[in-house]
Write a protein that binds this ligand. Sequence first.
Ligand code: PGA
Length: 304
Amino acid sequence: MKQATFHQLQILEAIARHRSFTRAAEELHLTQPTVSQQMKQLTQLIGMPLIEQLGKRLYLTEVGRDVLTASHAITDRLQKLESTLNDLKGLEKGRLSLATTTTAKYFVPRLLGTFHQRHPAIDVQINITNQAQVLERLARNEDDLYFTGRPPKDLDVELRPVLPNPLVVVAASHHPLAQETKPISLKRMAEESFILREVGSGTRSIVEQFFNENRLDLNVVMEMNSNEAIKQGIIGGLGISVLSLHTLSLAVAGNPLTCLNVEGFPLQRLWYAVYPKGKQMSIAAQIFLNFLLTEGRQIVEKPI
Ligand code: PGA
């Protein structure tokens, strides 16, 4: 394996992404025979097939997936090294890797336009996934900064509150309860058909905790792992849900969704930027964090 070259691993990564030798060759500006030749040599070195073809599709074998995981770790380490070297040279450039929950994605990308104009040499990558997986990434120290609405309980972290995160009860605009002017009781709410986020979602944990504390069981009709899908479910008459206000654009005329006036709501939470305690922040990450804390809220809350 020590004879495998970084170039061969890059080719394997490109093939895995495109599931095609031709497109991998195009991306890397190589000819297809070169790509095939390099993969043949890598396979011989490892002594087991890395790729298999079923019909027209290419798949990595189990060994191929192991090699790919190792290759990602090497690429990641080299990128971090590059950022460290840039920091040592005092350069405002490098790679900034952010991980946000599927709900925080409604505001984090909005900051990037201004940030990119000011620091065009900083490459930003955003990884979007649910809260449990964001916290797994945090535990593995995979990114520079993490965004979530629920601070992790069992990890030693620095927490920076970024902006308010109100959670509201969302219903279709034509829902009978939408016309209620007096606050709707929680008991009444618990009778409604409810669409819940998947296990691992931060929104779900907050909702479950709130209804548990009030000793009420929700009448869950369906679980979905996407805020957008839940909104469509609500519009389609499947039920109601509790979502972050950031997922909604209620100001749009003729909006098919509305917030219900329910006792105890909105649940007033916060969005946090989080990173492991003692983490050696790159210059790019420090610049972003500073930008976020000084201007983030103003940019996100600016009327569109
Ligand atoms: P999620 O995130 O529901 O999209 O996982 C919400 C949060 O971070 O609290």
